[in-house]
Write a protein that binds this ligand. Structure first.
Ligand SMILES: Cc1ncc(COP(=O)(O)O)c(C=O)c1O
Length: 415
């Protein structure tokens, strides 16, 4: 297949040296070098993260906050140190605004549960047609419980939000706007500043689902001005099972707790239980201490590389990926917004995405196939699923070439 454009070769960091930090990348799959292009599902971890977790378990593990002994102090310092790293990474004003959760899904469920207690019949929650299921279903559950109404902002064929429609859908009954910052299915980077401003003009709080944003661009919650921001550690080179809900302090103060148990209380009696201060009010039970420490190490890693450098390299890779995919016979690119992060969904005439993914795996290329937990997006584009290649800063043009070569093989076998 003719190569429509030269491969980018001016990364702002040494990609080979970066790859050497990721042991998992150095392997063959079915006798081919692994080309890992499934980063939107979960990114890989550098040895710095693996080492931080291992060090913690080897030397420092104890339960946090309540111990007087040395290991408990060390574990607490490391856990709270990770919270400070998240705060700095998001530029939140205070660590009181950083609530550790299991991931984006739990962060959104936390908010839906706590905010939900003040939602009444006829109130509206406004989300968009391109949300991940984790920013749809918690709100549907809330609407079922309360009689509130879930309203959905439409998208267009490029996979962009119809922002004017969105602005018209805001009204005096809207209690929250929930928007995905970067779409996992389409790669669209949404115009969140415009959306936040319009919502704030009506004093409506905004939740951004940042699961696909925080590994790929600098995020400053104070500059954005959003009230809530959710992220997952495993999408940004950290461990699975750890994530964050950022909540502006005035909002977290007034929201009721999510789960009850240890840690989230100051005192308990059968007559009266007093909740803990922020952020512990929202962290019931023993937390995922190693997960938070691993996330802190991942943040150190990303910060050392520089989020602007990461964004710059991934943007070059995306341009190359898109140009090469667009030149494939019979391809349909899904998600062609003007502002995009390193995700490209596609289908090839006459080939089921799962079959495509299987052949690609035999050529060492890992992509995701299916509905990407965004079934309404699939429905909008009239497809059951797509193949999706998604990039990270450690990817190379050679891996994109490997994908394109593997697609040619798949077409030979399957089309
Ligand atoms: C945009 C988006 N939101 C939310 C999630 C859910 O993240 P998690 O499964 O880590 O909770 C994902 C995961 O793919 C996602 O891509």
């Amino acid at each position: 297949m003719a190569n429509p454009r030269p491969a980018p070769d001016n990364a702002p960091f040494d990609v080979a040296a970066v790859r050497a930090d990721f042991p998992v990348l150095d392997q063959t799959v079915h006798d081919c070098p692994l080309a890992f292009l499934d980063n939107a599902a979960s990114a890989q971890r550098p040895r710095q993260v693996i080492d931080a977790i291992s060090h913690y378990y080897r030397h420092d593990h104890a339960n946090v906050h309540r111990g007087v002994h040395t290991l408990s102090h060390r574990a607490t310092d490391a856990y709270e140190g990770a919270r400070e790293k998240v705060r700095a990474f998001l530029n939140a004003q205070s660590t009181r605004e950083i609530v550790f959760t299991r991931g984006t899904t739990e962060a959104i469920n936390l908010l839906a549960s706590s905010l939900g207690q003040s939602i009444a019949e006829g109130d509206e929650i406004l989300i968009t047609h391109m949300e991940h299921h984790s920013n749809i279903v918690p709100w549907q559950l809330l609407c079922e419980r309360t009689g509130a109404v879930l309203r959905v902002v439409p998208i267009d064929q490029a996979g962009e939000l119809l922002v004017d429609d969105m602005l018209n859908m805001l009204n005096e009954r809207t209690r929250l706007v929930g928007v995905v910052h970067v779409s996992n299915a389409l790669g669209t980077i949404n115009p969140v500043e415009t959306i936040i401003k319009a919502a704030h003009d009506r004093e409506i709080p905004v939740l951004l689902d940042g699961a696909q944003a925080t590994a790929h661009m600098a995020v400053d919650v104070q500059a954005l001005g959003c009230e809530f921001y959710a992220l997952s550690g495993h999408k940004m080179c950290g461990p699975t099972g750890i994530g964050v809900l950022y909540g502006r302090e005035d909002w977290l103060q007034k929201l009721p707790p999510y789960q009850g148990g240890g840690e989230m209380i100051l005192s308990v009696s059968f007559a009266d239980t007093v909740y803990n201060k922020l952020p512990y009010k929202f962290e019931a039970g023993t937390p995922h201490i190693a997960g938070a420490i691993g996330l802190g190490a991942a943040i150190d890693y990303l910060t050392t590389l520089g989020m602007d450098n990461i964004a710059a390299w991934e943007s070059q890779l995306l341009d190359y990926l898109t140009a090469r995919l667009a030149a494939v016979d019979g391809i349909q690119l899904i998600g062609t917004a003007a502002e995009k992060a390193g995700v490209q969904s596609f289908n090839i005439d006459g080939i089921h995405p799962h079959d495509l993914g299987t052949v690609l795996d035999h050529k060492g290329v890992a992509i995701r196939t299916g509905h990407h937990c965004a079934m309404p997006v699939m429905e909008f584009f009239g497809v059951a699923g797509t193949a999706r290649a998604s990039l990270a800063f450690y990817n190379t043009p050679a891996e994109i070439d490997q994908l394109i070569d593997a697609l040619a093989v798949a077409q030979e076998i399957l089309a």
